[in-house]
Design a protein around this ligand. Structure first.
Ligand SMILES: Cc1cc2nc3c(=O)[nH]c(=O)nc-3n(C[C@H](O)[C@H](O)[C@H](O)COP(=O)(O)O)c2cc1C
Length: 381
């Protein structure tokens, strides 16, 4: 592994970092899709990057993950990498965010590296081919047993979906189509995308109530999570999570991009004006602290998926220590290389004695019965 690590950090990364980040991303997605199409290439990649130690599979809300490391939403937004990601050590792929209609995204440039700050400025604006194309692809593509496919859903980034009711119907359309097609093992409702038309309004209580009421009317038996903002105070975070719990969602992904450029190690690496949210290191401590507080406040039964600034295996352990059931990442893989997921799995294996184990699924009624102050736990026990 050490050779692959050095090769990435000393040779491949310096080369890749000379090119436009979105172009590199596109090349990797195309390359990953091709490599994923053949047993032999999947096997070869897996030889180097797949975790092969003692069984660390984990069941969360009834879904079994081979490894507790999932690709976060925003890297594989059209579901093209589902066949290769298992070979690079992931236990699952959160595809998307997908929207009801295809979306061209914001005007380029939509990604910028802050190399010394270990961060990206991201303003993709939910560029994706839309939910119908995603379902078509997922139906066509063979599935690898044990590899989990979640789908993140957001509001289409266009004029038609700017109004509150239209925005809600946009989410509902996507989820209904996914459910009708029996596509996706879990769903994440992205309520915190910082880079779209009409802003971040679904993190606002009234809008969130309306959205989740409609979303949860759709009948299916799959876990539903909410992708949380991280630039909020604890009382605001708690208010949002209370609503999430009240509507019977299974958990939260903590969390989305950081909008505060002062959290960069080197502020001057980012543009003067806001040009998109920050991924990577500037998310790390904000998200870990929110996970810690959420776990302490909501007890054991809320699923918490830790995401943001996992650049090392130690960072992932911190998320587990704070109370995460699973972790997700993107930027660590880009800055550190594809061996990071295997390193996290080995660290997870060595520390299993204190990491939270399997998490059973609670019924919607039980989840709805609890909201705040450990009430989720007390309603169950
Ligand atoms: C290029 C890029 C695109 C992203 N797009 C989405 C998205 O569509 N939906 C979403 O919920 N999060 C999106 N995110 C946020 C990530 O899912 C994640 O929350 C954030 O990057 C922090 O994790 P990281 O530090 O491991 O990258 C995106 C992140 C990046 C880097």
């Amino acid at each position: 592994m050490i050779v692959m690590k050095l090769l990435y950090k000393r040779v491949l990364k310096p080369l890749l970092f000379r090119f436009d980040p979105e172009r590199v991303h596109d090349v990797f997605v195309t390359g990953g899709q091709i490599l994923g199409a053949f047993t032999v290439t999947r096997g070869l990649i897996g030889l180097f990057y797949r975790y092969k130690g003692p069984d660390i599979s984990k069941t969360v809300d009834g879904i079994r993950y081979h490894t507790p490391v999932v690709l976060a939403a925003g890297f594989d937004y059209n579901g093209r990498l589902t066949r290769i990601l298992g070979s690079v050590g992931f236990g699952g792929d959160e595809i998307g965010s997908v929207t009801a209609r295809p979306c061209a995204g914001n005007e380029p440039p939509r990604m910028q590296r802050c190399v010394n700050s270990e961060a990206l400025v991201v303003s993709k604006g939910l560029k994706n081919n839309g939910v119908v194309a995603l379902i078509r692809r997922m139906k066509r593509q063979p599935r690898d047993p044990g590899f989990v496919l979640g789908v993140s859903i957001a509001r289409t980034n266009d004029d038609l979906a700017v109004g509150l009711d239209e925005g809600i119907e946009d989410y509902v359309t996507s989820l209904r189509k996914l459910v009708d097609a029996n596509t996706g093992d879990f769903y994440t409702i992205n309520i915190s995308c910082p880079n779209v038309h009409g802003g971040e309004s679904f993190a606002e209580p009234d809008a969130l109530h309306k959205l989740l009421a409609r979303v949860m009317e759709i009948e299916h038996d799959k876990p539903v999570y909410a992708k949380m903002p991280i630039n909020v105070s604890w009382p605001e975070f708690q208010q949002i999570t209370d609503i999430v719990v009240e509507h019977g969602l299974d958990g939260i992904v903590v969390g989305n991009l950081n909008k505060n450029y002062d959290d960069l190690r080197y502020r001057d690496e980012a543009p003067d004006e806001y040009a998109g949210g920050l991924s990577g290191l500037p998310c790390r401590d904000l998200s870990t602290e929110l996970i810690r507080r959420a776990r302490a406040h909501y007890g054991e039964d809320l699923t918490i998926i830790g995401c943001g600034g996992i650049m090392t295996a130690q960072d992932a352990l911190e998320k587990f220590r704070a109370g995460a059931d699973l972790v997700q990442l993107i930027t660590g893989m880009i800055f550190e290389g594809p061996h990071l997921m295997k390193e996290i799995s080995h660290a997870y294996e060595r520390n299993r004695s204190w990491i939270r184990g399997d998490k059973p699924r609670r019924s919607r009624e039980v989840l709805r019965a609890g909201s705040g102050d450990g009430a989720v736990t007390s309603a169950i026990s």
